[in-house]
Design a binder for this molecule. Sequence first.
Ligand code: NAD
Ligand code: DAU
Length: 346
Amino acid sequence: MKTIFVTGGAGFIGSNFIFHMRSAHPEYRIVCLDKLTYAGNISTLKDIMEDENFRFCRVDICNRDAVNRLFDEERPDIVVNFAAESHVDRSIEDPSVFLQTNIMGTGVLMDACRSHGNVRFHQVSTDEVYGDLPLDRPDLFFTEETPIHTSSPYSSSKAGADLLVLAYYRTYGLPVTISRCSNNYGPYHFPEKLIPLMIINALNDKPLPVYGEGLNVRDWLYVEDHCRAIDLIIHKGRLGEVYNVGGHNEMRNIDIVKLIVHALGKSEELITYVTDRKGHDLRYAIDPAKIHAELGWLPETKFAYGIQKTIQWYLTHQDWWEPIVSGDYMNYYEQMYGDRLGHSGR
Ligand code: NAD
Ligand code: DAU
């Protein structure tokens, strides 16, 4: 049996990856390390909490001693690092925690990998490290050779981490890979991000805040497709390599918001144009040719289907997002798991 560490597994993509791994590789022992910041929600993992091949540990990846202790106890074969501060707008308000978690935390994890037998390390990165593309050049895409050219403190911190990961490969021979994915959507997406925010606000007949004129373009990928890509990379990817992940599904923000409004039978009058994000990236667009050619990866979920499935998920999982909107979810961990996990961490 192999043991995989999934950091940030109480967040959006990390939790979906845990569910993916449980069904695709039931032979794995999965250990989730998560600090449970505002973005981490332990209730997301409630169905897997009692599995004997699963362990949740409330750990800050920047805490070297705690991370090393867990490596000593569990002796992981693979570490997949999702843990990060992930919201661009928050990074513009206060960059410091982004530098701490996204760069320093990645360094702590890789040091633990080095000192525990050169453990295989995968860094979950983002297309935002490439900066943006102009709106009037639909022929341009991000390839793995596109220079790093960041816009926000968030993307700069992710780029810093990527450089560190590649340096650990070259300098220490740590077995690493990096995936740079486009915008994900799907279940358990925290409602500060565009798609879940718009769904929930529309359901509550609240204004839908569109930045600028809503003409910025993002390249949307259903989260399960991202999880399958990471699964392939950690098992078959070439060490020291970067893989871009995206599904050629570019949409303008305003078109996504209108689609959600119509799907929920609401009025476009809810749409409210607000002051633009500072340094707002215009367009992201991934060229996924390398991961397709080398690993045979292709996206499976068409956006038209995935977005309806996602809207349906939010309609039927108010019990998940209402406590987030009200703030109650922050107490859930202490109520449900405080005593049980307090001593052994198991
Ligand atoms: P998220 O904000 O939903 O989840 C982040 C998780 O990390 C949370 O559970 C949080 O508690 C945990 N965390 C934060 N700081 C921590 C720390 N110091 N120690 C331990 N845990 C900590 O993020 P997400 O959208 O699921 O993104 C996951 C990863 O994927 C991030 O690295 C992000 O940069 C990357 N990514 C996201 C997208 C996207 O569209 N969401 C696209 C490409 C790449
Ligand atoms: O491209 C990958 C990145 O996608 C990830 O690395 C980030 O972690 C993830 O948060 C996401 O970043 P974006 O900034 O693209 O996502 P966000 O959902 O914040 O915004 C999507 C677009 O919608 C962006 O152009 C800003 C706009 N927007 C966003 C919000 C929250 C609005 O117009 N109104 C809003 O209220």
